[in-house]
Write a protein that binds this ligand. Structure first.
Ligand code: 8Y7
Length: 254
C-alpha cells in the first residue's frame, strides 16, 4: 500500500502532493513500482495535527480518486460522509484510524462492497503521544481490534472485507511499538489480514537517531519484521525499495 498524502502538513511529505496532477503522477509512479493499493489521505493524522473541514477533505481526495478509478484505492478518513462519497466515487477500501467508531461509519461501509482497514489508536492525534500507557499493550490492542471486527460483522460488513492494523505510533511509545511488532502473530491469529505502517515513523527516528528523510533503511527493516510477523499489507512511502524487501522475504520463505 503506497501512501499518498494530499495534505499541506503530513509529517514526511506534507505539501508535496497538494497539487492534483503531482498527486496523480506520484500515485502512478508508486503503481509502476509495484504498489497494489494507493492510500489517499486528505487530513493529516500526525501527532498534533489540526482537523480539516469536511469540504476541504473532499476537495483534496475526490479529484485524485476519480483519476485513479482503474486501480485499487484506499481512502484514509474518519468521516462517514467522506466514506460515502469516496465509496460512490469508486474507492475499494476505507482506511480508518478510528476503526469505524464515528457515528454512522459502520453503516457507511456496510451498505457497499468496499473493504475496510480497522486501525487501533489510543487517544486523539493532538495528544496521543503524551505519555501513552497500557496494562498489557498486545492484549489491549488485540481486544480492541477483535471487538471492532465483531461490530463490523454485526453491522453487515463481512469478515472477508476486513483488515486490521495495530496503529504503530498512534498513542504508543517506542517500546509499545516494538512489543506489538514482536508479537504481531497474536494479531494475525484473529484471522483477518494484518496491515502494518512503520514507514518513516518517529519510533524509527528514536531507534536510529535519524531525521525523517533518512529513515528508509529503518523503514525497510521494520517492514521485513512485519512481514515475518504475518503482516500482508505494508503501508509505505517507498514502494520500490519495499517491493525488494518483499521479494527477498518471499524467496527466503519458499
Ligand atoms: C497509519 C495509517 C497513518 C498506519 C494505517 C503516518 C493513515 C501517519 N499511519 N493507517 N495512517 N496504519 N492503517 O506516519 O500505521 O503515515 S498516518
Amino acid at each position: 500500500m503506497g501512501v499518498l498524502n494530499v495534505t499541506p502538513d503530513s509529517f514526511s511529505d506534507g505539501g508535496r502532493f497538494l497539487d492534483r496532477n503531482a498527486a496523480i503522477a506520484h500515485a502512478r509512479r508508486m503503481l509502476d513500482e509495484g504498489a497494489d493499493i494507493i492510500d489517499i489521505g486528505g487530513e493529516s493524522s500526525r501527532p498534533g495535527a489540526d482537523p480539516v473541514p469536511e469540504n476541504i477533505e473532499l476537495e483534496r481526495i475526490l479529484p485524485v480518486l476519480k483519476k485513479l478509478a482503474d486501480v485499487p484505492v484506499s481512502i484514509d478518513t474518519r468521516r462517514p460522509s467522506v466514506m460515502r462519497e469516496a465509496i460512490a466515487a469508486g474507492a475499494s477500501m476505507i482506511n480508518d484510524i478510528e476503526a469505524l467508531a464515528a457515528p454512522g461509519a459502520l453503516e457507511a461501509v456496510a451498505g457497499s462492497d468496499c473493504a475496510v482497514c480497522l486501525m487501533h489508536k489510543k487517544g486523539d492525534p493532538a495528544t496521543m503521544q503524551q505519555d501513552p500507557r497500557y496494562g498489557e499493550v498486545v492484549a489491549e490492542v488485540r481486544g480492541f481490534l477483535s471487538s471492532r471486527i465483531a461490530a463490523c460483522e454485526k453491522a453487515g460488513i463481512q469478515r472477508d472485507r476486513i483488515a486490521i492494523d495495530p496503529g504503530f505510533g498512534f498513542g504508543k511509545t517506542v517500546e509499545h511499538n516494538l512489543t506489538l511488532l514482536k508479537r504481531l502473530p497474536e494479531l494475525a491469529a484473529l484471522g483477518v489480514p494484518v496491515a502494518a505502517g512503520w514507514s518513516r515513523k518517529s519510533s524509527l527516528g528514536s531507534i536510529t537517531g535519524r531525521p525523517v528523510a533518512e529513515r528508509l533503511a529503518g523503514s525497510l527493516a521494520a517492514a521485513l519484521l512485519a512481514l515475518q510477523g504475518g503482516a500482508t499489507i505494508l503501508r509505505v512511502h517507498d514502494v520500490k525499495e519495499t517491493r525488494d524487501v518483499v521479494a527477498v522475504w518471499q524467496a527466503w520463505r519458499r
